[in-house]
Design a protein around this ligand. Structure first.
Ligand code: SF4
Length: 497
């Protein structure tokens, strides 16, 4: 019988077929992405910091993740010896294995502490904590208290991070005790599933994306076409209702189904390849713009462990921007840019990279003209945080904020629609629909996630490539984004003529 680990348990709670694939169809598992690698590495850093809140513990981590027996024996021994704190304490009972981040015991109480790199307690945290409680109890080491330790988002960095301020401890003892019967039933169910000769039959459903996006969607969903009912804009359950009636493609949605305006455009777009242009609203939108026009985009990092003093966990911290400027309708396009020096993010640097960015903004923006961003609330939010951190620049930043216009509006409001946009109004869907020849394919860094991860690796000394080359790639990527916005604006102007 395969061992049921915490991750298999959580997987099996989501879907029986998923846990079966985890165990018997490793060939179906996709390669770990850079984004997942970054999450794992952040998780480890957060785990190490959490250990500092319970210092001088003994580490029971296994030498090999294929054999937990030495860890289990070591944990038992240390508990019996009265060791106060054990990291990665391992327990096993009835072919179920659980490794706990921190076990802390005083004379009177035994605490189980599970560390999460998230900003709050989530429902699925209770599932795996409940399994851990069950394994600990069944193996004779029942905890008196069970805590979840998550990141305190109100924390603001000032010098070295104090783990006692950085984390919030939540007592979830009663919740995990309440789930013990549920845990037992599910262990029995999973054991049964894992004894099957073949994968259980499970239809696709909402569970494929809840609480996590399943690793096997590429396999189970392979027959779902690209323009399916699941691509409908804001379906609010209509997608599954139609699917259950046997309607899979958007083009097969019959007359009479109640759809909102944008969904109607989408269905008509698929059936008849028709576009939609609302000239009145687009004209009104364009008439609000004042020259010089600025096309602006930030790139940010949002580390769980804040790097700069004055920032919070997960705060969007800008490290780069691109700015295209059009002085008037006949002028040539100008380009300005900023990319911080990674060294300036290091502790003790004489240059504050955010201050350097603000100073550059002051040089690049004149005192009038509309500033366009795509999904401008993001840029505005980043600027608002800067104005709080640098009150001496508040007046300048507030003025910039007051001049923002969101280029997303005509697309989110469905004043401009092309079938190629599908359900999305994001710039990555709108640009190819408007200008199919405009692409990011020739770029080494071709999306915001990669730009962010790359820069984060550079400032945390995890990057070992050619820094000069990567800086060039980052600049090219961000420039392409604002150039894309210029193309969108030109298209809007053209379509109302
Ligand atoms: S894609 Fe859906 S049905 Fe397939 S294994 Fe994952 S959760 Fe189960």
């Amino acid at each position: 019988m395969p061992i049921i680990s915490k991750s298999r348990f959580v997987s099996g709670i989501q879907c029986s077929k998923k846990v079966y694939f985890d165990v018997y169809r490793k060939d179906l598992k996709p390669i770990i992405s850079d984004q997942q690698e970054l999450l794992f590495s952040t998780g480890h850093e957060i785990g190490r910091l959490a250990q500092k809140a319970f210092p001088n513990g003994k580490d029971a981590s296994p030498e090999s993740y294929y054999d937990f027996t030495p860890s289990i024996n070591q944990t038992k021994q240390w508990i019996n010896d009265g060791v106060e704190t054990i990291y990665e304490a391992a327990f096993s009972s009835n072919d179920v294995l659980a490794a706990l981040d921190i076990l802390h015991q005083t004379k009177n109480e035994r605490w189980a502490i599970e560390v999460k790199s998230s900003s709050e307690l989530k429902d699925y945290h209770l599932s795996d904590a409940s399994l851990q409680y069950w394994v600990m109890s069944s193996s004779g080491f029942k905890p008196d208290k069970f805590f979840l330790m998550h990141i305190n988002t109100a924390f603001v960095k000032k010098g070295e991070i104090n783990p006692n301020d950085f984390f919030t401890l939540v007592d979830i003892t009663n919740q995990v005790i309440e789930k013990q019967l549920w845990v037992e039933e599910n262990i029995e169910h999973l054991k049964k599933v894992l004894s099957f000769k073949e994968a259980p039959i499970v239809e696709i459903g909402k569970h494929c994306n809840s609480p996590f996006s399943c690793d096997y969607i590429h396999h189970c969903w392979e027959k779902i076409p690209e323009q399916s009912v699941f691509n409908l804009y804001s379906p609010k359950g209509l997608d599954w209702k139609l699917y259950k009636q046997g309607i899979v493609k958007i083009i097969d949605i019959p007359e009479g189904v109640s759809l909102n305006h944008r969904q109607i455009l989408q269905v008509e777009g698929q059936k008849k390849a028709t576009s939609y242009i609302d000239k009145i609203n687009i004209s009104a939108f364009l008439s609000t713009l004042k020259f010089p026009l600025y096309f602006f985009d930030f790139e940010t990092i949002f580390p769980a462990l804040p790097i700069l003093d004055g920032t919070r966990p997960f705060q969007q911290v800008p490290f780069q921007y691109s700015l295209h400027i059009k002085q008037d309708s006949n002028s040539t396009l100008q380009h300005k840019e900023f990319l911080a020096n990674p060294i300036d993010f290091q502790y003790g640097s004489s240059v504050n990279p955010l201050k350097a960015l603000i100073e550059q903004l002051k040089l690049d923006f004149l005192s009038s003209g509309s500033i366009m961003a795509y999904n401008a609330s993001f840029e505005i939010d980043v600027l608002k945080k800067l104005s709080i951190a640098f009150p001496e620049d508040k007046e300048f930043i507030d003025d910039i904020i007051s001049r923002f216009v969101d280029l997303l509006i005509p697309f989110r409001s469905a004043w401009y629609y092309k079938p190629e946009m599908g359900a999305s109004a994001s710039i990555k869907a709108v640009l190819p629909a408007i200008a199919p020849e405009f692409s990011y394919k020739d770029l080494e860094i071709s999306n915001g996630g990669l730009a962010s991860n790359t820069f984060l690796n550079m400032i945390t000394n995890k990057f070992n490539g050619d820094e000069a080359k990567v800086r060039e790639s980052l600049l090219k990527y961000c420039e392409r984004d604002t150039l894309g916005m210029v193309i969108i604006w030109e298209e809007l102007k053209k379509c109302i003529i």
